[in-house]
Design a protein around this ligand. Structure first.
Ligand SMILES: C[S@@+](CC[C@H](N)C(=O)[O-])C[C@H]1O[C@@H](n2cnc3c(N)ncnc32)[C@H](O)[C@@H]1O
Length: 282
């Protein structure tokens, strides 16, 4: 995706100071902490918002955000990058079925945490998968995101009809056992997913930067979130996941994310080659 850049004459050193001040201000005034997000992607997204607001400098955005919480909402939407899909990376879900489900089957009760769940597509995907594997009735899925707007959409369970073809193909490639169309009906301006799929799901606002662990889980899925964090923040979040996983618990990351080079690398075993699916072993 090409995002608008800073004007050519903008002094990069000054821009960096202004960005740091803006992030500090957002954190101190609203509590959202973007100070350790990967700089170049953050910078591009800030400029997208600056242009969209009709402003010319980072400092002008700071002024507006501080005095107008609706601008903050728009900025949060830009910075949180909510792109997602059902059964995203189908081979990951197939691997989860083949390698994680047999481990989860051994527990009397299963706690799953989707961290950074966005609008909920992956939560519905997991609910479908666990139901087809006969595990849903003894599972509880905790689905969290820092952005309340995406959580509201997730709770509604209505997804664009024009993506159903793609999701059906993903579902089949992910090892789906039924006909995907059994899980939704057309209505309410989209595809309304069977509300029963949410009966064991708890949605809650949780910020991976500032909030702590809230339970012990048998599986944690945090996919396509860590890529937006700098190395130090990734390390902190790996600590949070390690502390929140039961021994032999399963960790799933996005295809561009890794445990390699993290302090916790040796604490996990990869469950299957080629997929970012790990088991905590020590
Ligand atoms: C690209 S989406 C990924 C959605 C889904 N996990 C997937 O793989 O399709 C990234 C999500 O991470 C959330 N996010 C970003 N920073 C976060 C943080 N500090 N704490 C919790 N969620 C965060 C965003 O709000 C966004 O919904």
């Amino acid at each position: 995706m090409t995002l608008p850049a800073a004007p050519a004459a903008y002094d990069p050193a000054l821009e960096k100071i202004e960005i740091e001040l803006l992030l500090e201000a957002v954190y101190r005034h609203y509590g959202f902490d973007f100070r350790s997000y990967a700089y170049s992607s953050l910078r591009r997204r800030l400029w997208k918002r600056i242009h969209a607001e009709g402003l010319g400098t980072v400092s002008a955005l700071q002024d507006r955000v501080l005095h107008d919480s609706e601008t903050l909402e728009r900025l949060l939407d830009d910075l949180s990058v909510s792109v997602t899909a059902m059964f995203r990376d189908p081979s990951f879900y197939q691997a989860f079925r083949d390698h994680a489900v047999p481990l989860l089957r051994t527990y009397p009760f299963i706690r799953v945490w989707h961290a950074g769940c966005s609008t909920g597509e992956e939560v519905f995907s997991m609910a479908i998968l666990l139901q087809e594997e006969g595990l849903y009735d003894r599972a509880r899925i905790y689905a969290t995101d820092m952005n309340e707007t995406v959580l509201r959409r997730a709770r509604a369970g209505i997804f664009p009809l024009d993506r159903m073809q793609e999701y059906t193909e993903n579902y089949i490639r992910a090892g789906g056992r039924r006909s995907f169309s059994e899980y939704y009906t057309a209505g309410y301006g989209g595809a309304l997913f069977t509300p029963g799929l949410l009966r064991n799901v708890v949605f809650a606002q949780h910020n991976l930067v500032t909030d702590r662990s809230f339970s012990e889980f048998n599986a944690i899925l945090c996919r396509n979130v860590l890529i937006y964090f700098d190395k130090a923040l990734q390390a902190r979040v790996h600590r949070l996941f390690y502390d929140s996983l039961s021994t032999f618990g399963v960790l799933g990351l996005g295809s561009k994310e890794t445990l390699r080079f993290s302090k916790f690398e040796s604490c996990y075993e990869q469950l299957t080659a080629g997929e970012k699916l790990y088991r905590k072993v020590r």
